[in-house]
Design a binder for this molecule. Structure first.
Ligand code: SF4
Ligand code: SF4
Length: 262
């Protein structure tokens, strides 16, 4: 794929997400070579029924997986969503401009590690326990934590719940970083991965600035309070998410030209 510089894009239509090469992306089943790591932890990352989680909104045993619009459309068309019953899917969107919205689909999974479509796991599962943060050009700049729960826990006491992360091997991390490169050959995915980490940053900033008292609570109480703040949007205020989305669209489209977000 050729990157389009804004000076070259006169007369070009906005890139559609229909030209993402999903076969190439899903041609790789394991982005991170952690072997049968689930044997050690009982698929910790696929579940929420942990002693330290006592949630009100998030049901025990279920995880909510964030999918960008292109990924959602692809997996749905292929009949490979983890759960495609209407009540398992919700769409959250913010309007960036009158004719441009950014959206994320939250898809429920209650399989607890026994995926129905292992080779077509959502990307958020395939990339775990890391989350690659790409530059606007699509280079993997850094690897950060791969779930919002991991980020929230790390903010409290620096603990890493995933055993594969606790015993991280430099070679595995390096190989994963190489593997992630194929995710960032299209601006749609670059934008949404940048947004994902940007929203996590907002969550951390608001947690530390306005709710630092909860960081001192015992773990279960902390997660109880954190969940309410997070699920009610207090840690990620909509106007700031809109600002972030506008800024990220500007950065990514400056490199790749206009592209569709939905
Ligand atoms: S990635 Fe980590 S949390 Fe998930 S199954 Fe492997 S060791 Fe467990
Ligand atoms: S799709 Fe598979 S890997 Fe992802 S949360 Fe569900 S069971 Fe776990």
């Amino acid at each position: 794929l050729t990157r389009v510089h804004s000076s070259d894009k006169v007369g070009l239509m906005a890139r559609t997400h229909g030209d993402i090469d999903w076969e190439r992306i899903h041609g790789l089943s394991n982005y991170v070579e952690t072997g049968d790591c689930w044997r050690e932890c009982g698929s910790y990352c696929c579940k929420t029924n942990h002693a330290e989680f006592s949630f009100r909104f998030i049901r025990a045993g279920q995880v909510l997986l964030p999918l960008c619009p292109a990924e959602y459309d692809y997996l749905k068309a292929q009949g490979r969503l983890p759960d495609d019953s209407p009540q398992a899917v919700s769409r959250l969107a913010v309007e960036l401009e009158p004719d441009r919205s950014a959206a994320v689909y939250m898809v429920r999974c209650d399989r607890g590690g026994l995926c129905d479509h292992p080779d077509f796991r959502p990307l958020i599962c395939k990339i775990y326990p890391y989350y690659p943060y790409p530059s606007p050009e699509g280079d993997v700049e850094e690897l950060v934590l791969g779930s919002v729960f991991d980020v929230a826990r790390w903010a409290k006491d620096g603990h890493l719940a995933c055993p594969a992360l606790q015993n991280e091997e430099e070679a595995v991390r390096g190989k994963a970083k190489q593997n992630y490169a194929r995710l960032f050959e299209h601006p749609h995915l670059i934008f949404y991965f940048r947004m994902g980490w940007g929203v996590m940053q907002l969550m951390l900033e608001h947690l530390r600035a306005e709710h630092s008292d909860i960081l001192e609570l015992p773990l279960t109480d902390y997660f109880k309070k954190w969940e309410v703040l997070y699920m009610t949007g207090k840690l990620t205020p909509a106007p700031e998410v809109v600002q972030l989305g506008r800024k990220e669209y500007e950065k990514v489209s400056r490199v790749w030209g206009d592209f569709d977000l939905e």
